[in-house]
Design a protein around this ligand. Structure first.
Ligand SMILES: [Zn+2]
Ligand SMILES: [Zn+2]
Length: 308
């Protein structure tokens, strides 16, 4: 089952000619999930040639303009295709007011159902087949949430040679063992799934954190992520300024990634003060702490693979 993250925009605060505002699209076997939607989101969706008019859920970190102004256009354009499934929009308090006001004032014609859910407490905010999405609180100048997209665990690897050795004939009994059932071998003995399966394997995990102070409680929320997309707005020399504005530095993001033992950290939401050249310096600061760190760029694609 394919799981990929597309960076639609990597900038913070204001869009730049080559840097749209923060937005990430997660695609899981054709189903689409959007995390924030700043200006330029539609342009990247189009350039990546994604079938984006059928996004299932939009997760919103917070209602600052650089994270939500791309959404009304998306809602309107999504009416160009027929869809039976509703579109969910999930975010902090006032997201409903923002969506309703936009629809009303902009006289948007929308031919599908939009269900807006405001997060009242941290925890699972959306569940689909084989995965769930958890929201957890961040610390910003207004209510802001991070998200963790987690797949269910998978059974351990099946060892055919063990099934053979225990006298289980190849065929439906093998499938039942793989599905977790105990079966009877040819000799009459019971064979349990754990006799022929390796240790259970975890599913994949994607986390999205932006616009927050760096604080240690983020680490357990994003622990073990295969891909951790996190704000790296400032270099360490601007730590004080980051604290005042309730943002974090790339180095702080790297420390969280290290504590959380994620597989890969992709920085996002760069301050417009940094040129592409400057960002190499910001990246270096993060890599000194957590080597598997990369700079996300508009329209970059990160495949998220099973670990084993
Ligand atoms: Zn922002
Ligand atoms: Zn903000």
């Amino acid at each position: 089952m394919n799981l990929e993250a597309f960076i639609l925009g990597c900038g913070g605060m204001m869009p730049l000619p080559n840097r749209h505002l923060t937005s990430v699209l997660l695609r899981r076997e054709g189903e689409l999930f959007l995390f924030d939607g700043g200006e330029g989101t539609q342009v990247s969706l189009r350039r990546l040639n994604l079938r984006w008019k059928k996004i299932s859920v939009i997760f919103v970190s917070h209602t600052h303009a650089d994270h939500v102004t791309g959404i009304p256009g998306l809602l309107m354009l999504s009416s160009q295709v027929d869809r039976d499934d509703p579109l969910y929009i999930i975010g902090p308090p006032r997201i409903a007011e923002y969506i309703e006001t936009s629809r009303r004032v902009l006289d948007m014609y929308i031919n599908y159902e939009i269900i807006v859910r405001e997060i009242t407490e941290p925890g699972v905010v959306y569940e689909g087949e084989g995965f769930r999405v958890r929201a957890f609180p961040l610390r910003h100048t207004k209510p802001c949430y991070g998200y963790a997209f987690e797949e269910d665990g998978r059974p351990g690897e099946f060892h055919p040679e063990k099934a053979d050795a225990l006298g289980v004939p190849r065929g439906p009994l093998w499938s039942r063992l793989q599905a977790g059932e105990t079966v009877r071998a040819s000799g009459g003995a019971d064979v349990h799934p754990e006799d022929v399966l390796g240790a259970p394997r975890s599913g994949r995990k994607f986390s999205f954190v932006t616009d927050s102070l760096g604080f240690p409680e983020i680490a357990p929320e994003v622990a073990g992520s295969d891909l951790f997309v996190c704000e790296g707005m400032f270099e360490q020399a601007l730590l004080e300024s980051a604290r005042e504005k309730k943002h974090m530095t790339a180095e702080q993001a790297a420390r969280i990634a290290l504590a959380a033992q994620v597989k890969k950290l992709a920085l996002i939401h760069y301050s417009p003060r940094y040129t592409e050249y400057d960002l190499k310096r910001v990246l270096k600061e993060a890599q000194d702490i957590f080597p598997p760190t990369v700079l996300s760029r508009d329209r970059m694609v990160f495949p998220i693979e099973y670990e084993d």
